[in-house]
Design a protein around this ligand. Structure first.
Ligand code: FAD
Length: 458
């Protein structure tokens, strides 16, 4: 996701203090071997799983992490094959103030950052003409007015989608491609779902840390290094079944054998839970299953195109392009603003992202180039290298990040984190409403699950 200029800011530190998460960070003071002799299986070696495992191991537990892929990281993974970091999943540390746990992890590995400046952007109409001042103002005013309208007039449990809220405020906005661009490139990107299916009252109700977003020029996934040190991580172990019984612990079946422990923390993405790729025995209680089914899980598609020469203004950080349909490669990040590489990173969001995910890399490249030609015509060169993501079809994710659908409530997220029979805990970005869809949220959920194991032991 990119900068959340148009979302609410809040004091995230309060959350951390309230949950005691800071005290449990791997860099904080560990409780003296409180968990000696306790066995825990963590499913998934993303930032939630690694955070939970690190915290538990620091406190004396015997931990095994089972990861289906042949590498750690999950949705936090950096590909260096283009010479600059291509972030396959998370690209920004959102609100990298000191209290942000992802910032703390990044500082601990000496990460280097560049602030991405939302103001350093040029926007284009579908015909390739640049936006004038008025266009920009109408676009942001339209976005802000709808948000204000929702805040001021919608009841707390209003079941309408964001699209319906726009219509209720001023249906003409639906025909204004500039405003619809903003709802797509800003909101659909930030929330990971289409405005047709986003909850009007919840899409902007989460929390955020402060200070402008940064990209990590030394590679985002390096922040996982210290979490993974000395952990027993079994890569290429795909979990197929989790059996659990109060007082009796858990048995976790994988394609490479069965593992047993006192507790299990399951951090697989919401898409994997939705698709029932893992069988639970007994089945998860109904209210968990209902929340899993109810919550939204969309996609965000990234396409990095590397060229010999830039045909764009290398000083401009972002290019916004009005496209049809609206989520199609409508926002581009210029790598020249933080690296020497001539790379443009395009984003497809909303309803278009799952469509893009199903394309081959060659089809996706043509589709992306087509959009660039709207603006730069024949100046658009032939890419020398291409990297593309397909999160919706990745069997270990089946989407990008959780989003609130009409009729959802905060407890659809937070309720998933409640202990099941005192031995099974779910964690991951989809279990923490206030910080869902972020690396820091996922990490905090992992620490929270580790705390829950400690509580269950005491
Ligand atoms: C395209 C994209 C852009 C994003 N942009 C940002 C951003 O800019 N900033 C930000 O803060 N966040 C961003 N996010 C969100 C962020 O990446 C996630 O919230 C976070 O990384 C999720 O961590 P997690 O540990 O909950 O899940 P994951 O990282 O997905 O970890 C779950 C692990 O479980 C494994 N697994 C799945 N099924 C099985 C199985 N059956 N057996 C064993 N293992 C299994 C998976 O392989 C994976 O490693 C983005 C995500 C995507 C996809």
């Amino acid at each position: 996701m990119t900068a959340r200029t148009f979302t609410r800011r809040d004091a995230g530190l309060m959350f951390l203090a309230a949950t005691g998460a800071l005290a449990a960070t791997p860099f904080g003071r560990a409780r003296a071997q409180a968990l000696e002799g306790t066995q825990v299986i963590v499913i998934g070696a993303g930032i939630a799983g690694l955070g939970a495992a690190r915290s538990l191991k620091n406190q004396g537990a015997e931990v095994i992490v089972l990861e289906g892929k042949p590498h750690i990281g999950g949705r936090l993974l950096t590909d260096w094959s283009m010479g600059a970091p291509f972030e396959v999943g998370a690209g920004w540390i959102h609100g990298p103030e000191q209290a942000n746990p992802s910032r703390q992890l990044a500082d601990a590995v000496g990460a280097e950052y560049v602030v991405t400046d939302d103001e350093n952007a040029v926007y284009f109409h579908a015909n390739g003409d640049e936006f004038g001042e008025d266009d920009y103002e109408e676009m942001s005013d339209g976005w802000e007015s709808v948000v204000e309208h929702i805040d001021e007039t919608f009841e707390r449990n209003d079941p309408r989608s964001l699209l319906k809220a726009i219509r209720a405020y001023d249906s003409d906005l639906l025909d204004d491609p500039r405003v619809m661009w903003a709802f797509s490139a800003w909101t659909e990107f930030s929330k990971g779902g289409p405005i047709e299916d986003l909850s009007a009252i919840l899409f902007n109700a989460d929390k955020a840390f402060d200070t402008p977003d940064v990209v990590v020029t030394t590679g985002y996934d390096k922040i996982l290094g210290p979490l993974a040190v000395d952990l027993d991580i079994r890569l290429s172990h795909t979990v197929t079944e989790v059996s659990y019984e109060k007082g009796d612990g858990v048995a976790v079946e994988t394609d490479k054998g069965t593992f047993e422990a006192d507790y299990c923390i399951c951090t697989v993405p919401l898409g994997v839970l939705k698709a029932e790729k893992i069988a639970f025995d007994p089945p998860l209680p109904q209210r968990y299953r209902q929340s899993i089914d109810r919550l939204g899980f969309g996609s965000v598609t990234k396409l990095a195109l590397k060229f010999d020469e830039p045909f764009w203004d290398v000083e401009t950080q972002y290019f916004g392009i009005v496209t049809e349909p609206k989520g199609r490669w409508n926002y581009w990040l210029n790598y020249r603003t933080f690296s020497d590489e001539n790379i443009l990173l395009g984003l497809s969001v909303g309803a278009y992202a799952p469509v893009a995910d199903k394309m081959t890399d060659a089809e996706m490249t043509e589709d992306g180039l087509d959009v660039l030609r709207q603006v730069w015509g024949d100046d658009v060169g032939t890419p020398t290298q291409v990297l593309a993501t397909h999160w919706a079809t990745d069997p270990y994710s089946l989407g990008a990040y959780a989003y609130p659908r009409p009729g959802n409530s905060r407890s659809d997220y937070d309720g998933l984190a409640r202990a099941v029979e005192d031995c099974l805990f779910l964690a991951g970005e989809h279990t923490i409403f206030d910080y869902a869809g972020t690396t820091h949220g996922a990490y905090m959920s992992g620490l929270r699950a580790a705390e829950a194991v400690i509580e269950a032991e005491s």
